[in-house]
Design a binder for this molecule. Structure first.
Ligand code: ADP
Length: 440
């Protein structure tokens, strides 16, 4: 492994999230952040970051729609024929150069690329520089995330083609934050050999989001890692809860796949597994079709019969008192509260609940409804503060609340950018040490 030519503190990191026909990107100029060590985990205490541009390429493979924006140019929607990720990346680079998003530097000077990788299985417990071996490892995890890891890999290969081997690439896994969950919490109570043979276990997802808000909470309250005990609720289209004790994930609501746990936009969340067979038999569906039904047609959409979009559901409820919409929202909040209660019991109590994700960051009503049954646990919501907290960071519980509640907007891309720099700096340090020990 070469020592990467890194001598700057701040770097331009291109963060990529490649899907089946889409490519989300952000170019972030950031430093790795001041970190503190605890056990095997580093946690960021402070960092500086500037968002140079962001956007998404959709409908790759045909006439693609490219949405881009930067502080220097307002949001634009463009179209171009882009057959694959490689041509999409090349298109974005041309746009960045033409739009002069990096002011003084050529975009060709992108220092590193950070990839969001959905599944790292049991192989990857932390972010890592992408080598051939790492690529093979991500391939090995395809079985665990057949819809995501292959597309993530395509993003890695295309980046290599476009930027060449001199630009380091780093994989940041959605699962790795949860590797600290103990065996008794991650195992399912099925024959143990299924775990051994097929890795049937809970992995958890949204790890970058849970980790980001946990680190941010810690920085806000000036805590040591060992004092960082909280429950994070990521409520977006996908929803999950994490129990974080001593800064480490000790349990989470999503399982082997993102289907388990909280009720979500289109996913059912927890369900009696026997229901799968019953639905298949009664409705004459294949197992794959039931899987699709539980992932794509359930949750808020399935119960309301209208939409998976919480904002629209709330609007509908204001406009007309639709019983199924009310029920869907009630179920959503009830399930979230139930997980908070369960995690409080598992952790022996926590100091705070942190709301994040599109719903958690923006909907005071949903936050209030989730917190409404938690007074017994010492949570007292400050309704005025809660009502004012939309898409911004701050505490929403009263000063005398024993269990605090916070809203912290997530920033997964920033975490990926920071991890990318940290992995590169670590690697450079190791190869420098190797080189100097050879000389000695
Ligand atoms: P994703 O998981 O796809 O990243 P987001 O985190 O953006 O999704 O969350 C999307 C969800 O957030 C949608 O259900 C949307 O309606 C909801 N949301 C966004 N803004 C608001 C708001 N002001 N009030 C209620 N829900 C909101």
């Amino acid at each position: 492994m070469p020592g990467w030519p890194v001598c700057v503190v701040q770097m331009n990191v291109l963060v990529l999230n490649s899907g089946s026909s889409s490519l989300k990107f952000q170019l972030i100029a950031t430093d790795p952040g001041r970190t503190e060590e605890s056990g095997t985990q580093n946690q960021v205490v402070e960092s500086g970051a500037e968002r140079l541009c962001r956007g998404v390429v959709e409908r790759i493979g045909g006439e693609a729609i490219i949405t881009v924006q930067s502080p220097r140019s307002p949001k634009q929607k463009l179209t171009a024929s882009l057959p694959d990720i490689r041509t999409s990346l090349e298109y974005l680079l041309r746009w960045m150069d033409e739009s002069r998003v990096t002011e003084n530097r050529a975009v060709a000077d992108i220092d590193a690329i950070g990839h969001r990788i959905v599944h790292g299985g049991e192989l990857f417990t932390e972010s890592t520089i992408i080598t051939d071996t790492v690529r093979e490892g991500i391939e090995e995890c395809i079985d665990l995330a057949p819809l995501h890891n292959p597309n993530n890999l395509k993003g890695i290969l295309a980046s290599r083609e476009v930027f060449g081997p001199k630009v380091p690439q780093v994989a940041v896994f959605d699962t790795s934050f949860h590797h600290s969950i103990p065996e008794h919490a991650f195992l399912y109570a099925v024959p143990y050999h299924l775990y051994r043979r097929h890795h049937i276990r809970r992995f958890g997802f949204h790890g970058t989001s849970h980790r980001f808000v946990s680190e941010r909470y810690r920085a806000l309250r000036g805590l040591q890692i060992e004092q960082t005990n909280l429950i994070t609720l990521h409520l977006g289209n996908g929803c999950s809860a994490a129990a974080i004790r001593g800064g480490r994930s000790v349990d989470t609501s999503m399982g082997m796949t993102p289907l388990e746990g909280l009720m979500m936009g289109t996913r059912s969340g927890d369900i009696d597994p026997a229901v799968v067979n019953i639905i298949a038999t009664k409705e004459g569906l294949s197992l794959n079709e039931v899987d699709t039904l539980l992932n794509m047609q359930s949750g808020l959409l399935g119960v309301s019969g209208l939409t998976n979009d919480m904002r629209l559901l709330q609007q509908e409820l204001k406009d007309q008192d639709n019983r199924r919409v009310r029920l869907a929202i009630q179920m959503f909040c009830y399930r979230a509260r139930k997980y908070v209660g369960a995690f409080l019991a598992c952790m022996g109590g926590a100091d705070a609940i942190v709301f994040t994700g599109g719903i958690g960051e923006n909907s005071a009503e949903i936050r209030a409804e989730i917190c409404a049954g938690l007074e017994w646990a010492g949570l007292r919501l400050d309704h005025e503060k809660n009502d004012q907290m939309t898409g911004q960071e701050g505490e929403i519980s009263t000063n005398d609340s024993r269990l605090h509640a916070f809203v912290i907007p997530t920033d997964e891309e920033l975490l990926i950018a920071r991890d990318t720099i940290r992995c590169i700096l670590d690697e450079t340090r190791i190869s420098d040490q190797r080189a100097s020990s050879k000389v000695a």
